[in-house]
Ligand binder design. Structure first.
Ligand code: IPE
Ligand code: IPE
Ligand code: MG
Length: 248
């Protein structure tokens, strides 16, 4: 396992995104209910947030609840929402202490009122945090994001504030929920699943993917270091040849 000292502090990704998967399977292996897996995932979240902030990651985006997750059994959805309210309330003092700013992406208005309130309050309290921004993806999906961006952009065009020929990649990116954030350099997915599951579809265009078989509740800071180290060994070519990268 990678140690923190083996990490090149000059090559820390500015934005790391995580698909926190495998809570249900973890609980099943232990003979518990799925919600026990979700509850046990909080330790993994805390460890990852701390490790990322300490390394100097500027944005950490956690996929906490997808648009598709609304189709889960109602009792599981409700338990997840309650856990969300509880966790935000419990963790806000630590975020403040570590100067971490809380943000969210997703269709926040579809969340229960108590979640919206808790989230708004925590965002407000942590708004001056400048060590790292923790972005919670809640009721988020990549297609939702692209659709809402297309709608807002069409409104601008219809109102005559933007001309169709002015629409470029920057304009589109500026209407996405992640406007102003760099694209993730690294995506971590736990539980071995080799898919994107409708996460940041536009933003992941050139992201390095790191998939581990570990189930999310078992993920700890050393596993995060492993992912960063694996990222640091990758050659990011962006369409160029390997030779082109060495001549600057
Ligand atoms: C991820 O774990 C948490 C959420 C999607 C909310 P899962 O609940 O998907 O766990 P598995 O994939 O069923 O093991
Ligand atoms: C992805 O996990 C969403 C989150 C981690 C919140 P899922 O468990 O919902 O993904 P699929 O459905 O197996 O692809
Ligand atoms: Mg899953």
């Amino acid at each position: 396992m990678a140690a923190r000292s083996e990490i090149d502090s000059q090559n820390i990704p500015a934005h790391v995104a995580v698909i926190m998967d495998g809570n249900g399977r973890w609980a099943k292996q232990k003979g518990g209910l799925r919600i026990f897996g979700h509850q046990s995932a909080i330790t993994a979240v805390r460890d990852t947030v701390e490790a990322a902030a300490e390394l100097g990651v500027k944005y950490l985006t956690l996929y906490a609840f997808s648009t598709e997750n609304w189709s889960r059994p109602a009792h599981e959805v409700m338990a997840l929402m309650q856990l969300l309210v509880h966790t935000i309330r419990q963790e806000t003092p630590t975020l403040l202490k570590n100067s971490i700013k809380l943000q969210s992406i997703g269709e926040i208005t579809s969340l229960p009122a108590s979640c919206q309130r808790e989230l708004a309050e925590a965002k407000e309290l942590t708004r001056n945090g400048n060590q790292m921004t923790l972005v919670l993806a809640l009721s988020y999906s990549g297609r939702w994001d692209l659709t809402q961006a297309a709608r807002k952009l069409s409104e601008e065009v219809a109102a005559g504030r933007v001309k169709p020929e002015q629409v470029n990649e920057q304009t589109v990116a500026g209407f996405l929920a992640t406007a102003g954030m760099p694209d993730p350099e690294l995506l971590i997915r736990t539980s071995g699943e080799q898919r994107i599951s409708n996460f940041l579809l536009w933003q992941l265009a050139y992201t390095e993917l790191y998939i581990t078989d570990l189930l999310w509740p078992d993920f700890r800071r050393d596993h995060f270091y492993d992912a960063i180290q694996a990222y640091q060994r990758r050659e990011r070519r962006f369409g160029k040849t390997s030779e082109q990268l060495t001549v600057s």
